[in-house]
Ligand binder design. Structure first.
Ligand SMILES: [Zn+2]
Length: 334
């Protein structure tokens, strides 16, 4: 049975009045899923990340800083406030993603979703930013690699913002193939197509920027024509999705125009790729700030990950995919 990781501490990370990354996001998702009988998924309480799991990515002094700043509700920056509940929430968000990886690589599960907050993909080794405290997906990927013996992890980040934290953390590593589809130019400013990674990781960062107004056809083509062919050569042991839902057309922060069902289609593409490669697929919640679009898109993603509908085909190669292949084809013949 697919696994859904949650924890009440997600409601105790208080970002203050008017902040888009708020506890109501989790309440909206809960209401949507509970009305649908949790879609038949097994709900599990997220454990706190262990010190060992956190320290594979973040220095001990940074972890302590998050704890200490949270205790006194000190903000890291204007976007990234904390409250006394923030440290525990961030620990559970990272721990839930690691528990999901345990279930996928050791428990025989094929898919699952860690639906906790705060999000993580903007957090760098020792820098909180963009609503993110710990780099949750990076911690989960390192747990798979260092804790469970995986050799290669594919991370697909479909949040509207570039996943600068995950990208930076694995920039020089071929152990993670990081693929991000994001609005560009846009906050945080990183993620240009020409940034392909560095050192031993050169060619393992797929930054796939798309202009404002981009919709489903380009996303499906980028996955089918750019990410999937590389994944077939890369043969990941695990696929993680940094699942933000702020590329939805109703999102107040993003400028892209995905529909709710676009996320179902993307999830089916990734599920189908995972089945083909024998790699389980886990999703981890990132952004998404229109409550209804967020809740319905999470449900559409879960249905796509767990269902048996065939993957949609992107019939034509989008010009954005052609441009990406020109750059990345130097590293991956396709
Ligand atoms: Zn985002």
């Amino acid at each position: 049975m697919p696994l859904l990781l949650r924890h009440p501490s997600s409601l105790e990370h208080d970002t203050g009045p008017g902040h888009p990354e708020r506890a109501d996001r989790i309440r909206a998702i809960d209401a949507e899923l509970e009305s649908g009988g949790m879609l038949g998924w097994e709900v599990q309480e997220a454990p706190a990340a262990s010190e060992e799991q956190l320290l594979r990515v973040h220095p001990a002094a940074y972890v302590e800083r998050v704890r200490e700043m949270s205790a006194r509700s000190a903000p890291f920056d204007l976007d990234t406030p904390t409250s006394p509940g923030s440290y525990e929430a961030a620990l559970r968000a990272a721990g839930g993603a690691c528990a999901l990886v345990d279930a996928l690589l050791q428990g025989g599960e094929r898919t699952g979703f860690s639906v906790l907050r705060p999000p993580g993909h903007h957090s760098e080794w020792e820098r909180a930013m963009g609503f993110c405290l710990f780099s949750t997906v990076a911690i989960a990927a390192r747990h798979a690699l260092d804790g469970l013996g995986a050799e290669r992890v594919l991370v697909l980040d479909w949040d509207v913002h570039h996943g600068n934290g995950t990208n930076t953390i694995f920039h020089e590593s071929p152990e993670v193939l990081f693929a991000s589809i994001h609005q560009y130019p846009f906050w945080p400013g990183t993620g240009a197509l020409g940034d392909v990674g560095s050192g031993a990781g050169e060619g393992y960062s797929f930054n796939l920027p798309v202009p404002a107004g981009t919709g489903e056809a380009a996303f499906l083509s980028l996955v089918e024509h750019v990410v999937a062919p590389a994944a077939r050569r890369y043969r990941p042991d695990l696929i993680l999705i940094s699942a933000g839902f702020d590329a939805h057309r109703d999102d107040p922060l993003g400028g892209l125009v995905l529909d709710t069902e676009s996320y179902g289609k993307l999830a089916r593409q990734v599920r189908s790729l995972g089945e083909e490669l024998g790699a389980p697929v886990g999703a981890v919640l990132e952004g998404g700030y229109d409550l209804q679009a967020l809740a319905e898109s999470v449900a559409a993603t879960m249905s796509g990950l767990a269902g048996d509908e065939p993957a949609p085909q992107a019939v034509t190669v989008d010009p954005l995919a052609e441009a990406a292949l020109e750059v990345l084809g130097r590293y991956w013949d396709s």
